[in-house]
Every structure is written in C-alpha cells, then in structure tokens.
Design a protein around this ligand. Structure first.
Ligand code: ADP
Ligand code: 5GP
Length: 211
C-alpha cells in the first residue's frame, strides 16, 4: 500500500527557530517537502526569491487570492503571507509529508479544510531566550521586534489548538523529536481510514465465507 503524505503545520513565535528547524529537518530526512510561501514583506539580507519565499507585490498577491491559487493566506504584522496550492497538492500525491511553516490564523484554516493535518507549535525554552534569538538574528529593527513580541503574546493564547508543543532548546534534539512526532502521526486511525475500511471489508467477507 502506497503511504500517503501528511500535511504538517508548524507555527510558533517569530524567533522561536522554525526556519532553522525546518531546514535541518528537510536536510536530515528525505520524506519531507517544505512549502515555499508567497509574501508581500521585503526580503531579509541573505534571503533569495523562490527559496525562503516568493517575494511579490500586494497587487500580485491579491491577484493570486482571486485566482484561487492559495491553500490559505493571512495578514501578519502588516504583510500578506500565503501557501501556493499547486506544490502542496503535487508533493502530497508523491507521498511526501508537506510542511507548512505558517502563523496561527493560517494554521486554523488548514485544520478546517484538512482535518487530518498535524499541527505543531514551536516555542523556545523561555521568553528571555526568545528575545535573545529575535534580537540575535539581527534582521529586524527594534520596532519590528517589539511588534513581533506583542504578536507572540496573542499567539500564545492559541497553543492548545495545536496537536503538540515542541520546545526548541537543543536544535538536533528538537529536530529528532519533530521527526518522531510526524512519523508517529502516520499511524493515527484518522490518517488510515482507507486501510481500516479494507481490513473491515476483508473481515466481513471472511465471516460470510465461514457462515
Ligand atoms: P523563526 O523562523 O521561528 O522566526 P529562526 O529560525 O529565524 O526563527 O531563528 C531565530 C534565531 O534563533 C536565529 O538566529 C537562529 O539561528 C537561532 N536559533 C534557532 N534555533 C536555535 C536553537 N535551538 N538554539 C539556539 N539558537 C537557535
Ligand atoms: P517571517 O516574516 O518571520 O518570515 O514570517 C512571519 C510569520 O508568517 C511567521 O509566523 C510565519 O510562520 C508566517 N508565515 C509564513 N508563510 C506563511 C503562509 O504562507 N501563510 C501564513 N498564514 N503564515 C505564514
């Protein structure tokens, strides 16, 4: 039986280490495909169009919404972010576990559309460490950092809506834990409905034959 891919949503406070974790996860195991989002925010130094994001204008983004080309989209700290549909659908068909590194509004939309999606929430071990990582990244102004920390306070209210909390203390340990959680999730009954139906049908046929 060909294994189907799972849609894995990874959210977490800005600076929690999601991007770093996801790069490491995809590098370490070949079962994952990382979705590249579309955004209207400006590229940070070191970011390349098509790699971290597809960087587009507001006009282009709104045209993409109208065309129905996004699985979900949301606004975050004044910019649009969205998940292109085509890549996600193709990779799932190929049996890959597709990772969407998105914020909470998008995560909840995904859960609504795809109830079998797995939702993971990444936090650093403490808020002190969060501030250290966010400032240490050196890519945002103090105003932007403060806006993101304020947003983190709002996002923290939604953590219970996720399936698992993942604490990113030591990076390698955290990557291994995420891999174990995702692979374990493949065995949940709600992600194996077809298999369960087949087994039930076979058992019924067996019972009929014996009677
Ligand atoms: P996010 O994508 O969640 O906004 P990043 O992946 O950009 O976060 O990480 C924010 C900063 O924290 C980066 O400078 C990154 O190198 C650092 N970082 C990520 N994970 C860890 C970790 N486990 N320990 C220490 N620093 C980390
Ligand atoms: P950043 O600007 O730090 O790259 O991302 C800001 C926030 O937007 C992060 O919480 C990130 O997970 C989220 N994000 C990135 N891509 C998407 C997307 O396609 N959809 C949604 N809803 N959020 C996204």
């Amino acid at each position: 039986m060909k294994r189907k891919g799972i849609l894995v949503v990874v959210s977490g406070f800005s600076g929690a280490g999601k991007g770093t974790l996801m790069k490491q996860l995809v590098k370490s195991y070949d079962t994952y495909a990382l979705s590249v989002s579309m955004t209207t925010r400006n590229p940070r130094s070191g970011e390349t169009d098509g790699k971290e994001y597809f960087f587009v204008s507001k006009d282009t983004f709104e045209k993409e919404i109208a065309r129905g080309g996004l699985v979900e989209y949301a606004q975050y700290c004044g910019n649009y972010y969205g998940t292109p549909k085509e890549y996600v659908e193709k990779q799932l068909e190929h049996g890959k576990d597709v990772i969407l590194e998105i914020e909470i509004q998008g995560a909840l939309k995904i859960k609504e559309k795809f109830p079998s999606a797995l939702l993971l929430f990444v936090t650093p071990p403490s808020v002190k460490e969060l501030k250290r990582r966010l400032s240490g990244r050196g890519t945002e102004t103090e105003d932007v950092i403060n806006a993101r920390l304020a947003r983190a306070g709002e996002e923290a209210e939604g953590i219970e809506k996720y399936d698992y909390l993942v604490i990113n203390d030591d990076l390698d340990t955290c990557v291994a834990q995420m891999h174990a959680l995702i692979q374990g999730a493949h065995n949940a009954p709600l992600r194996n409905e077809e298999f369960i139906e087949t087994i039930r049908t076979q058992l019924k046929e067996l019972a009929k034959g014996e009677n």
